[in-house]
Structure formats: structure tokens, C-alpha cells
Design a protein. Structure first.
Length: 92
């Protein structure tokens, strides 16, 4: 049986994050691309929830970044306790 699209997309996004998180510029690009993917796939609940979990973990990882400019974003990850919110809340 093939992996579910949400799980596969989350796996790919996680791998991309781990490859790019050491460079400040690459890290920010990866977060933006992940946020855009969440927005694009918002109507697919399974995919959205899987990608939001990756996005939250990426933000949490930033709390330990060697770049001070990124560390404060870890707070945003801690604020994402539930993923049941409207798209406009995510975009704000």
C-alpha cells in the first residue's frame, strides 16, 4: 500500500527542513515555501494537518537556532497548540 499523500508530503517537507535549517537564508526560504504549501493545500484536511505539524516543529526548532534573528520565531511554534483554525488565522 502506498503512503498517504499527507504523510509523504510531511516526510518530504521535514527532509527539506533538515537539509536547509542551518543557513539563515535557506531556513527562511524553506519556511516561506512550507507556509505557501499549507495555504495551497488548505482544503485537504489530512495534508494540511500533516504540513502544519511540520511547520510547527520547524518553528520550534528555531528556538535553538544559532541565529538570534531566528530564535524568537520559536515562540510562534509554542503558540501553535491546535491546528483547527481558519486559513485567515494562519495567514495572519
Amino acid at each position: 500500500r502506498d503512503a498517504e499523500p499527507g504523510a509523504l508530503a510531511a516526510e518530504r517537507a521535514t527532509a527539506r527542513w533538515h537539509e536547509q535549517r542551518d543557513s539563515k537564508t535557506c531556513c527562511m526560504r524553506c519556511l516561506v515555501e512550507l507556509a505557501q504549501q499549507v495555504e495551497r493545500d488548505w482544503d485537504d484536511e489530512r495534508l494540511r494537518l500533516a504540513l502544519l505539524a511540520v511547520f510547527r516543529q520547524a518553528l520550534l526548532d528555531l528556538g535553538e537556532s544559532r541565529h538570534a534573528e531566528l530564535r524568537w520565531m520559536g515562540v510562534l511554534g509554542r503558540k501553535m497548540k491546535k491546528f483547527e483554525f481558519p486559513l485567515h488565522h494562519f495567514l495572519n
